[in-house]
Design a protein around this ligand. Sequence first.
Ligand SMILES: *Cc1c(COP(=O)(O)O)cnc(C)c1O
Length: 391
Amino acid sequence: MTHDTHPALIGSLRSSAASIINFSPGPTSLPKAVEQQIADSFQNQPLTSLAMSHRAPEFIELLKSTIATTREVMQIPDDYEVLFTHAGGHGQFAAVPLNLCKETTDKACYVINGTWSARGAEEASRYCQVQTIDAKDPATGHYTRFPELTENNIDADAKYIYLCSNETVNGIELHRLPKRPKSRQHIPLVVDASSDFSTKPIDWHGDGVGVLFACASKNIGHPGVTMTIVRKDLLGKDKASPLCPGVFNYTTFSEAENLWNTPATFNIEVVGMVMNWLKQQGGIEQCEQRSIAKAKAIYDTIDQSNGFYGTPIKDKAIRSRMNVPFNVKNGDDAITEKFLIEAWELGMVGLRTLTPFGVGDYLRASIYNGITLTDVETLVSFMKRFAQENS
Ligand SMILES: *Cc1c(COP(=O)(O)O)cnc(C)c1O
């Protein structure tokens, strides 16, 4: 096999190694116990949720228990509705302005500190007046920080303040949601938590969360369903744009108790399994501790490599615990490819995948709920050995 056709270099995930650790940014592997539970569910019962009418009592029970466990694990207050929406994170890029801006002249404030918030703002600009707080570094063209929210950069009339709590590609995470300035606390936050939901607590009321959404395919399940949590005062027949499609309308979904049309039945069951697993693993605080430990092991390896590995985000307070971007010898092509091939042959896959934004300058270790500390230790010991052998 020639060098440039090695499967590791085209993003192949099927390594020939006996066991595989999937560092993909999503969709990706769920916790082993959940994957086993899914497999067992096909063995152990005559009818799975794949074959159930969404209006059958058995499915209603699954739906209710998934919502109840999510509420418990994520400590979601009663004045929030838990919805299962369609069309992934991108669907919400449109649904948010369509639900919160009745008129296309309504304003919305978008914090842009990475590729996903930029994409959200671009989509929203079709439905409302987008005002941006852009954190791109003009010198480098890169996103490496989260801007301060002030009276000066948030219009008092904005319908909402939008941000992405984990920029999956750029590796920037808000470990806690930011505080709004005093004079802007009437404006709800809208949070794209697609890649960090279920890995840390959320102060729903304290941080003024109005809408929070998470496509399932990073931390909580498979693509095809998106969890969208909406504060109830934002619902109402007269609130959304008259052009908001029914399948995007929060009020319609809430009134129909998630059964306005056929929901992604199986995917919802899987979200329930992940939430149950999180509960059994000690809940959200324990999950956060695991995330901290996993991320620290990789960043420490990078920081202590004497420059063999590099990571773009220098400010440790905003380094992502979910996605660790790193390069090898300043991005040297030959050594990077050697790294990818050796890792892949040892079963560590998904370290360089295609995104809508290209392959990017950095490799990336995504360490969601499906990755254990032991998995991370395997990567870290490989990284250390590789650095020694190739310095
Ligand atoms: C993956 C991702 C999305 C896109 O989700 P789709 O389900 O592919 O539409 C949006 N936002 C963030 C932060 C993501 O990580």
